[in-house]
Design a protein around this ligand. Structure first.
Ligand SMILES: Nc1ncnc2c1ncn2[C@@H]1O[C@H](COP(=O)(O)OP(=O)(O)OP(=O)(O)O)[C@@H](O)[C@H]1O
Ligand SMILES: [Mg+2]
Length: 433
């Protein structure tokens, strides 16, 4: 930016600040007032038109231009006024301010030009969200993503989503006002339970509830550093699965801290590695059995099978809260290594084949260690959610660093999905089980 440009922006900002101080109420419907003034002006000109026309005829040496204006005052007023009003309504207020702010944070192309704000409108699907439409001046979306925090501060907004529009010539910024943040606590209510099989609800984003349908996305990977809210979210999902008639299997090597007695009554618990190995054996055996049963009836999946038989099969869910701890081979002797390899193999079979047969994995971890969860398992966990995390853990869970960038360091129960949706998870306690 040249010195001259800097000076111009400074000058405009000073005027803007002065205007803001004077105008006081930011939500004052200025455009409506201007439109009303325009209509009142039209009525006034309409009333006066005849008198002006007579006056123009009576004054001898009047310039032809003034004479024409007086004779056709109404038409001239309507045309000029409509053009001005149209420009005003089409282009949002604050265009120049937005461009200046983006220039100040360095969101510019190689020629030093910042994006132009073309339009601001309410999102049709979500009245809370405003869509800012920018001509992006050839600045790729990745640059916008990189400067996301700076853009939020510059424009006074919280960004919900960034997308291209009109090919790649426009960028749409979906945003809510900066103060309008997600609540810190959202208590679970039974009325939130989805009626659709087999949809589980996780929490609320700026654009509504966040859900996962295990029929389409069979396995879930949850991540987040300690205290981020993984166990609460995991239990929220398992509670809903139980309510929907699923059988739940839980590996808990933390000595029952996270899963008190009430869970032991409703779920099959594994407290040791041997126990876990047996449970996974059973699940793989069920998988094989279902494979043959479905084949015999020509059913492609559990929903089709349940529609054709009188004895519907339940979905089976295997959950492990600290999967990296469980699979960690560090310091293990040969025998334990063998056992862990078997556990890995079985998890991997379920991850690859479980979807059609209604057998699902929900795994959580806080360890930023890519080697611990084998690729075969990780790659099949399509629904990824990460809470507060450093960039290494975020990268492992989501394949990007968005959790480190977008989840505040003191957040509890705040998560981001693989597709960039930030949400507040419902707070659920065992009393509601
Ligand atoms: N959705 C939520 N809304 C509000 N507060 C929450 C939410 N989830 C968790 N918390 C708070 O955060 C605390 C820690 O949650 P949780 O035990 O689930 O964390 P964690 O990620 O499992 O931690 P660790 O890795 O140490 O087991 C809870 O006791 C609760 O007070
Ligand atoms: Mg936990």
């Amino acid at each position: 930016m040249t010195q001259n440009e800097k000076f111009q922006i400074q000058r405009r900002n000073t005027l803007r600040n002065l205007w803001q101080k004077l105008s006081g109420t930011p939500d004052f419907p200025v455009k409506l007032v201007l439109a009303a003034l325009y209509l009142m002006g039209a009525a006034y000109v309409c009333v006066k038109q005849a008198a002006w026309r007579t006056l123009a005829g009576n004054i001898p040496l009047l310039s032809p231009l003034l004479k024409a204006a007086m004779e056709h005052a109404l038409t001239a007023y309507l045309l000029a006024g409509a053009a001005a009003l149209l420009a005003l309504l089409l282009y949002p207020f604050g265009r120049r301010a937005a461009k200046d702010q983006l220039q100040c944070i360095g969101l510019v192309n190689h020629a030093g030009v910042a994006p132009d704000l073309l339009r601001k409108r309410r999102d049709k699907d979500n009245p809370r969200v405003t869509v800012w439409e920018f001509r992006n001046q050839s600045i790729p979306l990745q640059e916008w993503e990189k400067k996301r925090l700076a853009i939020e501060t510059a424009l006074g907004i919280t960004i919900v989503k960034l997308t291209y529009a009109k090919g790649k010539s426009r960028v749409l910024v979906y945003a809510v006002p900066a103060g309008d943040d997600l609540p810190e606590v959202l208590k679970w209510k039974d009325s939130y339970l989805s009626l659709d099989s087999f949809v589980l609800v996780l929490g609320e984003s700026y654009t509504g509830p966040v859900t996962v349908n295990l029929t389409h996305i069979p396995h879930i990977l949850l991540g987040g550093s300690t205290g981020s809210g993984k166990s609460v979210l995991l239990k929220l999902l398992l509670m809903q699965a139980l309510r929907k008639g699923a059988e739940v299997y839980i590996a808990d090597f933390k000595g029952g801290v996270d899963f008190p007695k009430v869970w032991h009554e409703k779920c099959r618990m594994c407290f040791t590695e041997e126990d876990l190995c047996d449970t996974l054996d059973q699940l793989v055996a069920v998988l094989e059995y279902r494979k043959n049963a479905f084949k015999a009836l020509g059913c492609p999946n559990i929903d089709a099978y349940n529609e054709t038989t009188e004895q519907p099969l339940p979905r089976l869910i295997f959950a492990c809260d600290e999967v990296a701890e469980m699979l960690d081979k560090t310091g293990a002797d040969n025998e334990r290594k063998k056992l862990l390899a078997q556990i890995e193999n079985k998890l991997s079979t379920i991850a690859r084949q479980g979807r059609a047969f209604g057998i699902h994995l929900i795994l959580a971890t806080q360890r930023p260690d890519a080697m611990i969860i084998p690729g075969q398992i990780r790659n099949n966990m399509d629904f990824r959610v990460c809470g507060r995390a450093d960039s290494v853990l975020s990268q492992i869970i989501l394949d990007n660093t968005s959790a480190a960038e977008q989840i505040p360091k003191d957040a509890r129960g705040r998560f981001i999905t693989g597709d960039g949706t930030v949400f507040q998870g419902y707070l659920f306690d065992e009393g509601q089980l």
